[in-house]
Design a protein around this ligand. Structure first.
Ligand SMILES: Nc1ncnc2c1ncn2[C@@H]1O[C@H](COP(=O)(O)OP(=O)(O)OP(=O)(O)O)[C@@H](O)[C@H]1O
Length: 323
């Protein structure tokens, strides 16, 4: 199977530097994403899970070209797009699109649905008017919305309908990859299932590849072929979905899996309340999870474990992986 998306050592730091003239004390920086590497095979869904603040959105925003990486490469079908970020947004937009968490606030309230769907056809594909109408009708049908919705405004729709419009807008660009950033988190549980079903149909119909970001373990387990678990800016485990929750190797994933996932419940390890995350301005030298880890030994506090293959594509960044 070929990889549609290949990311190597993608890194993002916020802040830092010594001010405008380069004088004064070095400002503190936050290492929001630390050397993330992952591959997504064509037609597959990679789920990315992690608690709030672990770097999921920063990773996603770099991958779609909304945020320039501090270092690393983003290859889509063999082309390195990280080099083109910022300079050539249209090149990015044609291959990869972002679906936002909050459908209503991501749609321009002053534009009709027709105008919203036309924008990527005009801007990215320079499609003439007569072809646009047919393409819009096709996309609207694919997301199960009625043609009479085209002349209405976003506020006239329910959350579930608005998210279908958000998905339709992303599809209008005819991308190869969709980055879905918490696409159902803002929706009622009953509507979540409908949107998840729709996404799975669309993946087949349009031969799409998904990166599906969520703090909801149960949702990710339901949709993903493979799962990456993030903790404190780093991917700590990466494995096939059925395996990662049944036989987690990283002790953080084990803690999450033990918290018995329930659809709609935010992801938080049970012990999280009394065990704080490390200070992002003063990160520990070793494994960021060591202070919370039942298996931690001295080396864990001293040396950061690399993400290693522990057998048949099951990667974990742990000095003492669970068996
Ligand atoms: N523009 C920014 N400037 C400075 N720090 C930032 C910025 N954006 C994110 N961060 C920091 O980077 C880290 C990762 O944030 P990010 O939003 O990517 O996490 P997340 O897992 O997506 O969280 P959530 O689920 O709450 O959105 C956090 O410590 C956050 O405070």
């Amino acid at each position: 199977m070929t990889d549609t998306l290949r990311i190597r050592d993608l890194d993002k730091r916020f802040g830092g530097g010594r001010g405008l003239l380069g004088f004064g004390k070095e400002k503190p920086s936050v290492h929001a994403v630390q050397s993330a590497s992952l591959d997504v095979a064509r037609g597959q869904t990679l789920g990315i899970v992690g608690e709030s603040g672990c770097g999921k959105s920063t990773l996603a925003r770099m991958i779609v070209g909304l945020l320039p990486p501090s270092a690393g490469t983003i290859e889509i079908e063999g082309v390195n797009y990280a080099e083109r970020a910022g300079r050539d947004p249209a090149a990015f937009g044609k291959v990869i699109q972002y679906v936002f968490q909050d459908p209503l606030s991501s749609l321009n309230p002053r534009k009709t649905i027709r105008q919203i769907l036309e924008a990527p056809l005009k801007r990215l594909h320079r499609m003439p008017a007569e072809q646009r109408a047919a393409r819009i009708a096709e996309i609207l049908d694919a997301v199960n919305l009625r043609p009479e919705f085209l002349d209405r405004y976003p506020h006239e729709f329910s959350g579930g309908q608005a998210q279908r419009i958000g998905i339709a807008r992303a599809l209008a660009a005819a991308p190869r990859i969709l980055v879905l950033d918490e696409p159902v988190s803002a929706l009622d549980v009953s509507v979540q299932a409908q949107v998840l079903n729709l996404l799975s149909q669309l993946r087949e119909e349009f031969d799409l590849t998904y990166l599906f970001i969520s703090h909801d373990l149960a949702v990710v387990e339901a949709v993903a072929d493979r799962v990456a678990v993030m903790y404190f800016g780093a991917i700590v485990e990466l494995a096939p979905a059925r395996e990662i929750f049944a036989r987690p190797r990283h002790h953080y994933t084990a803690l999450l899996a033990r918290s018995a996932p329930v659809v709609g419940r935010p992801l938080a390890a049970p012990e999280a309340a009394d065990a704080e995350l490390p200070d992002p301005l003063n990160p520990p030298p070793g494994c960021a999870f060591a202070r919370r880890c039942p298996a931690a030994t001295e080396i864990c506090h001293r040396t950061k474990p690399p993400l290693e293959d522990h057998g048949t594509g099951h990667h974990a960044a742990c000095h003492h992986p669970a068996r």
